[in-house]
Design a protein around this ligand. Sequence first.
Ligand SMILES: *Cc1c(COP(=O)(O)O)cnc(C)c1O
Length: 362
Amino acid sequence: MTQRIWNFSAGPAVLPESVLEEAGRNLLSLGNSGIGILEHSHRGKAFLAVYEETEALVREVGGVPADYKVLFLQGGASTQFFQIPMNFLTSDRTADYLVTGSWSEKAEEEARRFGITNVACSSQDKNYSYIPSQFSFSEKPAYVHYTSNNTIFGTQWPGLPPVPAGLDLICDASSDIFSRPIDVSKHAMIYAGAQKNLGPSGVTLVLMRNELIERGAKNLPTMLQYRTHAKNDSMYNTPPTFAIYLVGLVLKWIKQGGGLSAIGERNQRKAGKLYAFLDQSKLFKPTAAKESRSLMNVTFVTGDADVDAKFCSAATKAGFDGLKGHRSVGGMRASIYNAFPEAGVDALVDFLKKFEADNTKA
Ligand SMILES: *Cc1c(COP(=O)(O)O)cnc(C)c1O
């Protein structure tokens, strides 16, 4: 088999090897059914068992309360950007957005197509390098939307945003879902495209309070009403069966590894090693404010675009893929989601040290 390399891709991203091996074994026959996982009807017994197990794992691993629905939707997180305001932003209300990066910016822009928004905070003034601490919430917003981890800018909310009690909090958790313990009950809704921390692209996990589902607009196309998917257990139409199956395998892997608190500790340790190196480095420096640093996407620069480019090309040659930063930040970005091995972080730190020694004068 071809040697696997260190994959720092921001998404789709690295998956646990044991998960890929198990999926591979089930391509030709799911268990002893004689039919591969890609080939089973979504209405058949074999896939329904997969579906039920995956849903149960979402509830168990995520600590999802009983009055929340687990939905597996399509269209990515980007579809949620418009589906949420379409359903919940009524003409008598405002929707509050905490704008901490390009993804929250996009979410807020989509909401403006449906009603009035209020940017309750923004860190755009410093190229989204920090999580704000000043807020101006609306009187009675339809909901408050935030992005828990800013994939591009390498910042992450250290905890829940300080939202006034009683408001419906909606979280785009695409790039840090199930990377640490999460209090679902403090949210009206949490959603995440699976392709960063949960599985392959093609499925969006939505956790939604039943009461919110019922409040959604009733005059929308059937597929765009959450109640349609809630009533039909995400099987109103054909769901992304393989992606759901793989999410189930990843959740089993998280559970076997000790659940969210264990994975949270491991993620702290992994990111901690990188930041500890960057903080003392004479060549590289992190771009995010210290108290806002992401444990998932570690962004850093040398301050010289040519040296950044030299580093990225040397890294690629040495078997470290996907380290080039997003164009809006420049420099480098190491995406080290749940499935990224700690050994890969150690290898990167060694490589950074060596590059620094070779590229700084004694
Ligand atoms: C990647 C990402 C998105 C976009 O997800 P799609 O599934 O491609 O639509 C949205 N929000 C965040 C925080 C992301 O990281």
